[in-house]
Design a protein around this ligand. Structure first.
Ligand code: KIV
Length: 257
């Protein structure tokens, strides 16, 4: 851990942690003022590129978007997702995590999985790389998009994985689509914060995809709350612009040289 990740840990049981995604500078600079963590999530694959799975997201895509986000993030902890097939073994993970951090100047990386990536996470942390865990629904390897924690064996494994990740030294764990009572139990037994998405208010913090929150991305998942309808606002603005252009009202003298 370093002072920045310890600051996130110190929030556990004191105040809720706020985390949102950003894929570029302008959104990053707006949300940075209100977040503890800004995540450059590989959800950008589906949100921006219409990919059917995050498996298609490349290391370069993550790096380019993270470079843009870095320009907007001044105070929050900036975390970048390691995309699919970039951390298949400790050596590969270390090389790619170092590349992400050195080029983007992010503060930490996020990896999906528990027991299977234990040694990989340990290697990164031994090399002073700050790591955020991700358990529950794991989009990079998911066979279906159902919530996790209904079956006893699933509950036991997620619980075990959360303890393992804590032992490995991650500074927090995202719990995605995890049944409420399981999220509550995990949050109680580990000393690092849980950040939920579709994992109930029992978690120490919450993360949402910003494009979902502002109503820019068409998604109907149960865990999404749309706080704004930016799609409508953009549409209304564009209609007004079109009308002004048609009537010769834009540009006026004020907007001309
Ligand atoms: O890729 C992403 O945006 C994420 C969040 C949904 C947690 O991993």
């Amino acid at each position: 851990m370093n002072k920045d990740t310890l600051k996130i840990i110190s929030k556990k049981k004191k105040s809720k942690i706020v985390c949102l995604t950003a894929y570029s500078k302008n959104i990053a600079s707006i949300i940075d003022k209100h977040c503890d963590i800004v995540l450059v999530g590989d959800s950008l694959g589906s949100v921006l590129y219409n990919f059917s799975t995050t498996k298609k997201v490349s290391l370069n895509m993550m790096i380019e978007h993270a470079k843009s986000v870095r320009m907007g993030v001044k105070k929050s902890l900036m975390v970048v997702d390691m995309p699919y097939n970039t951390y298949r073994n400790p050596k590969e993970a270390l090389k790619n995590a170092k590349k992400i951090i050195s080029i983007t100047k992010c503060d930490a990386v996020k990896l999906e999985g528990g027991k299977k990536i234990y040694q990989i996470v340990k290697t990164l942390i031994k090399n002073k790389i700050q790591v955020m865990g991700h358990l529950g629904l794991l989009p990079q390897s998911a066979k279906n998009f159902k919530f996790k924690g209904k079956k006893l064996i699933e509950r036991k494994n997620i619980l075990k994985d959360s303890k393992l990740l804590e032992q490995a030294g991650v500074f927090s764990i995202v719990l995605e689509c995890v049944e409420s009572s399981l999220a509550k139990e995990i949050t109680k037994i580990i000393d690092i914060p849980t950040i939920g998405i579709g994992a109930s208010s029992h978690c120490d913090g919450q993360v949402l995809v910003t494009d979902d929150l502002i109503g820019l991305n068409k998604i109907n998942a149960r865990f999404v709350k749309k706080y704004l309808n930016v799609t409508k606002q953009i549409n209304d603005g564009v209609i007004k612009f079109k009308q002004d252009v048609a009537k010769g009202k834009f540009p006026s003298k004020k907007h001309s040289y």
